[in-house]
Write a protein of this length. Sequence first.
Lengths: 120, 150
Amino acid sequence: MNGQEAFQDALDRLVEEGGLLGAALVRRDGIPVLGSYRRSISEEVFTAMAAAMWGAAEAALAEWGSDAADWLRVDGPAIGLAGISLDDENLLVAVAERLQDDVHDRLQTAAQGMRAVLAG
Amino acid sequence: MSKHSILIVDDEEDILESLRDLFEVAIDGARCLTARDGEEALATLGREQVDLIVSDFKMPGMDGLEFLERARQKAPRVPRIMMTAFPDLEIAIQAINTAKIETFFTKPLDPDKVIQSVRDILDERRARGQRDQAMSRAMDLLRRKKEGMA
């Protein structure tokens, strides 16, 4: 299994086992890299907005002297979104109908494996 | 593939070589461009993509302060660092206020401090670029969506 396949497999398992609606590897400039989705969505819009939201959060934190964000969570009435930093170039973003309390831990576990793949 | 282009400006060849070697070894993906004076550096700035400028202060002809001020006008988003063997408070104030430098190194340079400062500046620049691109892409998509709905 090559790197891309390993990543896709990790995303598929994260969605399946985590009961998520979708998960994606997103570049920080908003370009989608890989995704696993239970529904048909505009991946371009989703990843661009997720990355923009991440960038805006980091810009806000920077005003307070913070280097960067590690973790982002947005809870809505019907859908929640969570993101975790993978490395300087990439984010892991997940969506669920209701984010469970352990979503951070599950994303962190998935992220550790993905970081190892990214590091080559 | 180089990730960062650093323009080093100094009239002393051995300083140029030492800094180029230091940056290209210590900073992942660094490509160094060198110039022996301000005019050559401004010409390089005009034709090359540069991510950081590191300039000596004392140079014949155009000094580092004048060069960095002109570099700021030519490429305002490229961060600037000044080095000098003659630390002078007035020059430092001018460098900060007018040339808007990021930081100031005194010679002889401490390689570890120089590398850390350069890394921090380049990391911040990269992060800012990514944020800008993400925002720009998102705004473009919003606009297209709005036009599609109009």
